[in-house]
Design a binder for this molecule. Structure first.
Ligand code: MG
Length: 378
């Protein structure tokens, strides 16, 4: 029988080399948005595909982000407190884990590939240990003396470092202060088995890395486009809500939810891009749970569904076709509410309004129609 795997994801580091943001606050590298998802979320998605459970060791400041990321997992997740040192966090994770193999991974290495993970796990299953490493390609030079360091025989160690979990816990009992689990293992059982690492499995360390990581993510992911359209009838006695904004007008949109045609079109565009059906399928208008509900809540749900499938919204563009009322004063607030629901910057949300010159049903104020496109990556 295949041995089961507990992935221990470390999200407790101090980001000491990231520097400060514009307000003088220390940048937390694990919470930086990297094309729609932060590093913890990326690691959760990657490891949920290959492990039987996840244990996230999170510092207090990363606790909320870890809880949010856990929602993306398709396997059980336990969150444990991070420790003072890396090895303390690992030990907390090892003790909370249940399975035979422990795959210990730094969340800062959020671009790790499934291939790297699978090889290290397979090696641990067969030999007790498996640690990804890559050859050193650059010339190494000591800055103080100017001396060139011979790179032959040197490798760069990566994670996930994978081990027989119980044997590693025993080794921990005998360990002093060390930099990684391979060193702890080696102290008791001899050298670890090296497996193939990858040059993209870099560690997010310095502030300049953020842009580099984003370029790598964009490069490796596929761009997809979806279209959505929605029309709602204008009637008396209803509120007019577009983009989550309550707009004063003598008529409002008729519908089961808040009838926010703009958000409905956006959701259909997102679902269409992911080939995941449409809102009618996910939120049937017969379901009393959705009666009068704010469509922004549904938009958040659609966004989570896409994330679960590995997609992140890149940008949205929408056009509202309405004769009345004047929408220009409300556009920025609509963009802000839509961006907030999606967890992206307002610069990724385009919303325009156009009047149909008194032609057609929109021009006669019988209805409002919205067309939207969504570009997603995954
Ligand atoms: Mg609708």
């Amino acid at each position: 029988m295949e041995k089961k795997v507990s992935a221990i994801l470390l999200a407790a580091g101090g980001s000491t080399r990231m520097g400060l943001d514009a307000d003088g606050k220390r940048i937390n590298k694990l919470l930086e948005p990297l094309c729609g998802m932060n590093a913890i979320e990326r690691c959760v998605l990657r490891f949920a595909a290959l492990a039987d459970e996840l244990v996230i060791a999170a510092s207090e400041q990363n606790l909320e982000a870890a809880q949010k990321a856990a929602l993306l997992s398709s396997v059980p997740v336990t969150i444990v407190p991070g420790g003072e040192r890396r090895q303390d966090s690992v030990l907390n994770g090892l003790k909370a884990a249940k399975h035979e193999i422990a795959a210990i991974h730094d969340c800062a290495r959020c671009l790790v590939t499934e291939e790297v993970i699978a090889k290290a796990i397979a090696s641990a299953g067969e030999y007790g240990s498996g640690v990804p490493a890559i050859n050193v390609r650059d010339t190494l030079r000591r800055t103080g003396t100017g001396e060139t360091v011979e790179r032959d025989g040197l490798v760069r160690m990566q994670t996930p470092q994978c081990f027989d979990r119980e044997k590693l816990i025993e080794a921990y009992a005998q360990a002093g202060s060390v930099t990684d689990d391979a060193a702890i293992w080696q102290g008791v059982y001899g050298q670890v088995r090296l497996t193939a690492g990858s040059p993209v499995n870099e560690k997010l360390t310095e502030r300049d890395d953020v842009g580099f990581f984003k370029r790598l993510i964009r490069g490796e992911s596929e761009m997809r486009i979806g279209i959505g359209e929605d029309t709602h009838r204008l009637v008396e006695g209803r509120r007019l809500i577009l983009g989550g904004v309550d707009i004063p007008y003598r008529l409002g949109l008729l519908g089961h939810s808040d009838a926010d045609a703009l958000i409905h079109a956006v959701m259909d565009a997102m679902l269409g891009a992911a080939a995941m059906g449409d809102i009618g399928r996910h939120f049937p208008d017969k379901d009393p749970a959705y009666e009068g509900i704010s469509s922004l809540i549904l938009l958040e749900k659609v966004n989570e569904m896409l994330k679960k499938n590995g997609f992140a919204v890149s940008n949205i563009d929408a056009v509202v076709i309405a004769q009345e009322p004047k929408l220009a004063p409300f556009i920025d607030e609509m963009r802000k509410k839509t961006a907030d629901a999606l967890g992206v910057g307002i610069d990724r949300i385009g919303i325009k309004a156009t009047t149909p010159e008194h032609t057609g049903p929109e021009g006669n104020s019988e209805c409002i129609t919205v067309r939207a496109v969504a570009c997603i990556r995954g």
